[in-house]
Design a protein around this ligand. Structure first.
Ligand code: URA
Length: 234
């Protein structure tokens, strides 16, 4: 966004006045005077006018990403691995992920700049059910399914009842749909490990009634007004 527009949107000055302030050296970008009103403000730039940091009045944005494996659910990574926000970089807002998916998990990830909604959705008190499709090694016997449905010990924590449905079973692996009601770290992988089946592939396909659908991996779409309303009502 052009610097003069950025300053105007923040309610500091009109665009024309912003241009004047900029040309006169009253505006800094990342601590350095910037005298070009046409400068393109990048995400992460710190803009100061007369020594005061200007926060952008951002519109709330709600994005549903089909996260590929091999991406960290974060806005940055110390080790310089790919992060999910790289895939939504052309959304003009400082988005952050709502909750997280493992590096090796793909599927539905919400990103927003609406801190209130993110807080609401990730608060342990009102966990929204999340549905995953898991490819697991080996056979899932009736007994194992019953244990998963009832709740298993994943290292000091007993999971609450889960919905589990086998989509396909062959002698080497099973494709399973599982809906869980908590968001413990690596919960699905730990649940299957607890009954002796290793998760080979994991994809999140739904958060509550919000579905991944046919969105391609690495692609995102903005939520509809109804979907945003739905999330806020949870
Ligand atoms: N459960 C997992 O084990 N991994 C995820 O990424 C999400 C849920």
């Amino acid at each position: 966004m052009r610097l003069n527009k950025y300053i105007a949107h923040a309610g500091i000055a009109s665009r024309r006045k912003a241009d004047e302030l900029t040309i006169n050296g009253n505006v800094k970008i990342n601590g350095v005077a910037m005298r070009q009103p046409g400068y393109d403000v990048k995400p992460g730039d710190v803009v100061e006018v007369n020594g005061v940091t200007v926060r952008r009045q951002e519109k709330s944005e709600y994005v549903l990403l089909n996260k590929p494996t091999g991406y960290i659910t974060s806005v940055r990574d110390d080790k310089d691995r790919p992060v999910v926000t790289e895939l939504t970089a052309d959304v003009d807002a400082r988005l952050f992920p709502v909750g997280r998916l493992d590096y090796n998990t793909s599927g539905l990830l919400l990103l927003t700049n609406d801190g209130d909604l993110a807080y609401q959705l990730t608060h342990p008190k009102h966990q929204v059910p999340k549905t995953y499709r898991a490819l697991v090694a080996g056979v899932l016997s009736k007994e194992k399914l019953a244990r998963l449905r009832k709740g298993v010990d994943i290292g000091g924590f007993i999971t609450s009842p889960a919905q589990v449905r086998v989509i396909r079973q062959n002698p080497r692996s099973a494709l399973v749909e599982i809906t869980i009601h908590e968001g413990k770290n690596r919960q699905v992988r730990k649940m299957f490990a607890a009954v002796g089946n290793r998760v080979q592939e994991l994809q999140r396909i739904a958060i509550g009634e919000l579905y991944l659908g046919r969105l391609k991996e690495g692609h995102y779409r903005k939520l509809t007004r109804d979907e945003i309303q739905y999330l806020k009502s949870l």
